[in-house]
Design a protein around this ligand. Structure first.
Ligand code: ADP
Ligand code: TRP
Length: 323
């Protein structure tokens, strides 16, 4: 650890991670290990805004740890931890809450979405972006790899960091979002954004049979085998593209346009492309998932690395505000 820029991201333990999480966040985050010092965490405080099942919260957190292990996180040289193992983050959240205009929270998508769907709006959900800003700022993070849907949260984080620095003097590094252009929003089985909350996901490391079954369920239009098809508007092709090289993509696009290929065959090709990348992680996942001592060890070592920095930054901030 040391001179490399720091990359940080979080993921909520609210359900089984899916291909959207993988392509939008997990995979780019893991690739950044080569060039960055990386801090990734399980956003369990954030999950509490909606999850009310204690057993599920715990199991989902272990699940995410096993998934990051399977995808290739190097826990020796980087940090993977639970948000709730760093109490400093709630301390900082209070301090930042005191300089956050209420109107900024009222403009936040998560809050507006919940209002429009007449879902419960608790104070945790309302101030969700402040906790998220603290998650990022408390580690002096330089870069934050996330999916497109998190862009606004990153803008709020930057706003709050700049605002604090102006009011009290430089205390925070102003971070930048890293959003993968090609995979900004992965469509789910029904064509809407793939999301745990829409129940339209392809689970990332599910057993092969279940994985294949999910892909076979992707919604397509009702063109016949003979018809010429448009790859650019097809959900199956959109996923295939994320797991294949340019030559294979062009070849499949050509077959779509030529007609004579049914969606069943396209789905099979899509399954094969995805499976060849995910087969090995699935095996590693299955081996490590039940190994509690190992997963606990990973989380403890991540906690110690993260907490040391969180304490330093929080102390810096306390001093600036006069505490
Ligand atoms: P969900 O919407 O399923 O609850 P989360 O909000 O937990 O997913 O997202 C975790 C990470 O995965 C975030 O960085 C988010 O931007 C990314 N992500 C989630 N869904 C998608 C998607 N469909 N396409 C691309 N990235 C996504
Ligand atoms: N809000 C993010 C999501 O819904 C999860 C998250 C919490 C996060 N804190 C973060 C992501 C800090 C990046 C950085 O996916």
């Amino acid at each position: 650890m040391g001179a490399k820029p720091r990359s940080l991201s979080g993921i909520k333990p609210t359900g089984t991670p899916h291909l959207g999480n993988y392509l939008g966040m997990i995979k780019p985050a893991i690739l950044m290990q080569e060039t960055h010092e990386t801090f990734y965490f399980i956003a369990d405080y954030h999950a509490l805004t909606s999850l009310r099942d204690s057993e599920q919260l715990k199991e989902n957190a272990y699940d995410l740890t096993a998934i990051f292990a399977a995808i290739g996180m190097d826990f020796e040289n980087h940090a993977f931890f639970r948000q709730s193992d760093i109490p400093e983050v709630t301390e900082l959240t209070w301090i930042l809450s005191c300089i956050t205009p209420k109107g900024l929270m009222e403009r936040s998508h998560a809050f507006k979405d919940a209002l429009s769907k007449e879902q419960e709006v608790n104070m945790g959900l309302f101030s969700y972006p402040i906790l998220m800003a603290c998650d990022i700022l408390i580690y002096d993070s330089n870069y934050v790899p996330v999916g497109q849907d998190q862009r606004q949260h990153l803008e709020i984080t930057r706003d709050l960091a700049v605002r604090f620095n102006l009011l009290f003097g430089e205390a925070f590094v102003v971070p930048e979002a890293i959003i993968q252009k090609d995979v900004a929003t992965i469509p789910g089985l029904d064509g809407r954004k793939m999301s745990k909350s829409y129940g339209n996901v392809v689970p990332l490391l599910a057993p092969e049979k279940q994985f294949r079954k999910a892909i076979m369920k992707i919604t397509t239009d009702s063109k016949t085998v003979e018809d010429s098809k448009d790859p650019e508007t097809c959900n199956v092709f959109a996923l295939y593209k994320c797991f294949s090289n340019k030559a294979d993509q062009d070849a499949l696009a050509e077959r779509y346009r030529a007609g004579g290929m049914g969606y069943g065959e396209a789905k099979q090709l899509c399954f094969e492309a995805l499976n060849s990348e995910l087969k090995e992680p699935r095996e590693i996942y299955q081996n490590i998932r039940q190994d509690r001592p190992k997963l606990d060890g990973i989380l403890e070592s991540g906690r110690d690395k993260a907490r040391a920095i969180a304490r330093q930054v929080t102390d810096r901030v306390r001093e600036k505000v006069g505490l």
